[in-house]
Write a protein that binds this ligand. Sequence first.
Ligand SMILES: [Zn+2]
Length: 221
Amino acid sequence: MKQVADGVWQLTTFGIPNLINAFVVEDVLIDSGTRHSRNLIMRQLQGHRINAHALTHAHGDHQGSSHELCEGLGIPYWVPERDADAAENPTLIGERQPDHLIARLYYKIFTGPGHPVARRLHEGDEVGGFSVLETPGHSAGHVVYWRESDGVLIAGDVVTNFDQLTLIPGLHEPKAYLSPDPVENRRSAKRLRALEPSLVLFGHGAPLRDTRKFVDFLDAL
Ligand SMILES: [Zn+2]
């Protein structure tokens, strides 16, 4: 894994760097890639003590290996309140996605088994030195993680840093066919404007340090 800020590391979960990201903040693993990501993540975690696993949201490309990693590492599963039922019972993930071919395909190939949630995350909770901010829309319970002291934002899928269809780099809202409520997701994205982060870390795409681009993108929504 690659250190991207003080106490923050980026992990590759899908072979190609930046395609589907996970992060470690202090001793917490945030997101777990797809159900095929376990070995790749375990290799990158070697030598780093992990004491808990948290999600940005319960979609198959973020919770895919959560069950196996929590079991294997003997760590608790922390999930945003309104995604906790889907994290325990992933059939709900499929049921909540728009009825679209690509959403169904991703659900089938990525989603991993459910796992009991030990802690339900809420606005203002602290996770690995970051604060939880509720940003629903891309999923009912989607959250971002924000560290005000140095302006690091783990943005999940509220915004992506490549086009999810063409993979061409650049800022985008997640595809509407992958978001149960794109209108609410846009409201959540606009909420991030006021943070003026110094580093934005995405679920999909490379880290962004030229954050003027991020602010301009949100202004134009
Ligand atoms: Zn995603």
